[in-house]
Unconditional design. Structure first.
Ligand SMILES: Nc1ncnc2c1ncn2[C@@H]1O[C@H](COP(=O)(O)OP(=O)(O)OP(=O)(O)O)[C@@H](O)[C@H]1O
Length: 267
């Protein structure tokens, strides 16, 4: 099936994309389970793209292939024109469970990526402090993960990814382990960070509402083997009150449209 781009809103012209990540012909099977088949995708620089689709359609697999954590059977991924063969400093992965070290303080956890790269202590702690404040955790530098709520641990994971100054942040359902309130707050933080930090975010989610709320572009995958079914670019003004956005006509129409696209897979 050819991918179609749908824009909800006044913009009707589709501009050429300045893509930072190019995925070409990616296929992947685990034994006889075919997870992905022939994925071609461009991820625009400085934008947030969500991967959305039925359970088991290969979203996490695609994210991990982009991260260089697992190999594809066929196809290539290039970041800034350079073929991905392993994890690299220009990409940071935020795991579902945030993968924090329980025996280390917040600041050590956040600075860990820099520690691995050999950045000296004073410098890496300065950088870590900056991003700890950026995610709203100033004054929690010396706490341990067990002293934090799920939402706060999630922020530590994000601060760590921001600290290594990767251009591309890969987030695997970062909201799945937190309550609704923290989820909303973190969604707003992500919208703000995307604007302030000029990072490219690639985001796996199960939630249509969440995808429409935070994404510049939504890639809808078909059931396994995952193929691109549709690409949707919600045209939503996110500068205002979040409650207003949730009642915005374009927002509601886009949610509805995606739901109608996905419904046929779950009925
Ligand atoms: N290491 C593995 N070994 C065997 N099968 C796997 C492995 N990892 C994933 N799979 C299978 O590959 C398919 C795609 O998995 P993946 O986790 O990428 O999908 P997903 O869309 O992220 O799923 P979900 O929405 O449920 O999180 C699934 O059927 C899954 O069971």
């Amino acid at each position: 099936m050819r991918a179609s781009v749908v824009r909800n809103g006044p913009t009707s012209v589709i501009e050429p994309i300045d893509s930072i990540v190019k995925v070409r012909g990616i296929s992947k099977a685990y034994g006889n389970v075919e997870a992905l088949r022939g994925i071609d995708l461009d991820f625009p620089r400085g934008k947030l793209t969500s991967l959305l689709g039925p359970s088991g359609c290969g979203k996490t697999t695609l994210l991990k292939i982009i991260a260089g954590l697992i190999d594809a059977d066929a196809g290539t991924v290039a970041v800034e024109g350079k073929t991905v063969t392993r994890p690299g400093p220009e990409r940071a992965f935020v795991f579902q469970d945030f993968a924090l070290m329980p025996w280390a303080t917040v600041i050590r956890n956040v600075a860990f990526g820099l520690e691995l790269r050999g950045t000296r202590k004073a410098e890496r702690e300065d950088i870590a402090r900056h991003y700890i404040a950026e995610v709203g955790l100033a004054s929690f530098e010396d706490k341990y993960p067990h002293e934090l709520s799920g939402g706060m641990r999630q922020r530590v994971g994000l601060a760590r990814a921001l600290s290594v100054k990767a251009d591309v942040l890969l987030l695997d359902e970062p909201f799945s382990a937190v309550d609704e309130q923290n989820r909303r707050k973190f969604q707003e933080d992500l919208i703000r960070l995307r604007t302030n930090q000029n990072k490219t975010f690639i985001f796996v989610t199960h939630s249509i509402e969440e995808a429409v709320y935070i994404s510049d572009r939504i890639v809808l995958l078909s059931p396994r083997p995952g193929r691109i079914s549709q690409i949707i670019e919600p045209d939503i003004d996110r500068s205002g009150d979040p409650e207003r956005i949730h009642r915005d006509k374009h927002y509601l129409d886009t949610v509805d449209e995606i739901w109608r696209g996905l419904k046929r897979y779950v009925e």
